[in-house]
Design a protein around this ligand. Structure first.
Ligand code: RP5
Length: 160
């Protein structure tokens, strides 16, 4: 049995940013699995992981990469489960701020959707929340935890 959410990233260098997605899923009580697999460097292993995970019950895939960020698209090509793409600003990127990864992730051809969130840490956190929201359509207790988390965030803003 797979965890309901899979977080896959192209490199260990992506892990610090993707810890935001892990944190929010932990806060919401959603189990997840983390893998480092690359659309370009490990395409065979990536394909096997998506196929095995879908077979074993994974419901949502979060895919994060920098540079020519084809990871989310490569996963989406192999599953009909929802795929969330997180573009990252790779330190080695020559195009500033992750614009390369943003365009690579968001510009999917018709028929193979990727839900692309914002670049970097905000996108990482939002990817975790969005994955939880997808699961919450069939889980009222999780939906309530998401509502409570959002209310707490609003209260924090109003108190500042
Ligand atoms: C991408 O290339 C990874 O997702 C990472 O953001 C970027 C740089 O990877 P490393 O060279 O640090 O392994 O595939």
């Amino acid at each position: 049995m797979s965890a309901p959410v899979g977080i896959v990233m192209g490199s260990a260098s992506d892990r610090a940013v993707m810890s935001k997605a892990e944190d929010v899923l932990t806060e919401l009580g959603v189990p997840y699995e983390v893998r480092i697999l690359s659309a370009h460097r490990t395409p065979v292993e990536l394909r096997a992981w998506v196929s095995d995970s879908e077979r074993d019950g994974m419901k949502v895939f979060i895919c994060a990469a920098g540079l020519a960020a084809h990871l989310a698209g490569a996963v989406a090509a192999q599953t009909t489960r929802p795929v969330i793409g997180v573009p990252l600003a790779a330190p080695s990127g020559a195009i500033g701020g992750g614009l390369d990864a943003l365009l690579s992730t968001v510009q999917m051809p018709g028929g193979i959707p990727v839900a692309c969130v914002s670049v970097g840490e905000a996108g990482s956190r939002n990817a975790g929340i969005l994955a939880a929201q997808i699961l919450a359509t069939a889980d009222p207790a999780l939906a309530e935890r998401i509502r409570a988390q959002r209310a707490a965030a609003a209260a924090k803003v109003l108190a500042s």
